[in-house]
Design a protein around this ligand. Structure first.
Ligand code: ATP
Ligand code: MG
Length: 310
């Protein structure tokens, strides 16, 4: 797209110069080439291959088998080639990613599903500005080097964002299959992870931190927290950033979110520390509301045993 508009402006300036009477600037051959470019690329106006409704065609078909959620696919998944995606707005902007609400729908039918789309940012702006400060005032030659470096840096940052996304998607798949309460991972494409939307209507479920459960609800949520942690430990994983902010409660069900930093407790030398921290962070929220401290200690010991660490 960007290249096309550059070409357009080249062409425009050619025409402008012509109209200033500088015909000799371009040979007849050049002129013919420009004209040919114009008729091919520009006469139709900007190329628009977007869908008649919606903000983009469904990206389902762009993901390959391993980039799609585990089978059996839930019945609500929309795989139609003619489906379109609507952008419904931002659910939350975060440090490395923004989470959007999207709807995937099949035009002219009543089939539609809401999903959460987590898009990792490459953080290029902050990094670029810093690079810019270091290299300000250098010579043209240096600045050419710098441009090359920036290009590579940008590439690297894109890669990093893509890797966070891929790690989160794989973690979601693996944990979903193991029975951990996580959103169903629908698909990944580059830096975008699309997953089940946990919420009511278009409203996202509240985070655990925002809920005020009564005694019975608290007991149930604590049991679910323990069970989810057990299942993760059995798989050899710690969440790595578990807290009342990365868990939501939907109709009494505790759902674990935000998994790009998932920790392999065997491969990571600090695996045990991460596991302990997860238990402390989430357990702390529960003990502050009445759960017995001893239960948190017991859980930690149990998880170590499950993971074969003690
Ligand atoms: N699948 C989902 N369904 C509903 N809401 C979601 C979903 N995924 C994320 N959210 C909402 O977006 C918020 C941020 O998601 P997440 O924690 O995965 O991203 P993040 O970039 O790590 O954010 P932060 O930096 O705040 O931790 C969640 O707390 C939740 O409110
Ligand atoms: Mg988070």
């Amino acid at each position: 797209m960007a290249r096309k508009s550059n070409n357009t402006s080249t062409f425009e300036s050619t025409r402008r110069r012509k109209s200033l009477g500088e015909d000799e600037v371009f040979s007849a051959e050049d002129q013919a080439r420009f004209e040919a470019m114009r008729s091919e690329d520009f006469d139709e106006g900007p190329v628009d291959d977007g869908p008649p409704t919606g903000d983009r065609w469904s990206t389902w078909d762009d993901s390959e088998a391993l980039q799609r959620g585990p089978k059996p696919w839930p019945e609500w998944i929309i795989t139609d080639l003619g489906a379109v995606d609507y952008e419904l707005g931002v659910l939350k902007t975060g440090k490395e990613a923004d989470v959007f609400l999207i709807e995937r729908a099949v035009p002219d039918t009543d089939r539609a599903v809401l999903m959460a789309s987590k898009r990792y940012r490459s953080a290029e702006h902050t990094q670029f500005n810093r690079a810019g400060d270091y290299t300000a005032g250098r010579t043209a030659r240096r600045s050419r080097d710098r441009r090359a470096m920036e290009k590579r840096t940008k590439f690297g940052l894109e890669q990093a964002a893509g890797r966070w996304a891929a790690t989160e998607f794989d973690a979601l798949k693996r944990l979903y299959v193991a029975g951990v309460a996580v959103p169903y991972p629908v698909q990944i494409l580059g830096t975008e992870v699309i997953m089940e939307f946990i919420g009511t209507g278009r409203t996202a479920a509240p985070r655990l931190a925002e809920t005020r459960p009564d005694e019975a609800e608290l007991e149930s949520l604590w049991e679910q927290a323990c069970e989810n942690l057990r299942l993760m430990a059995e798989q050899g994983f710690a969440h790595g950033d578990l807290s009342s902010y990365n868990t939501v409660v939907h109709e009494g069900r505790l759902v674990v979110l935000d998994l790009p930093q998932i920790v392999d407790i065997y491969a990571n030398p600090k695996g045990l520390e991460f596991l302990t921290r997860d238990v402390e962070n989430l357990g702390g929220w529960f003990t502050a509301r009445g759960v017995d401290r001893q239960e948190v200690d017991d859980l930690r010991v149990e998880l170590m045993a499950l993971a074969g660490l003690r």
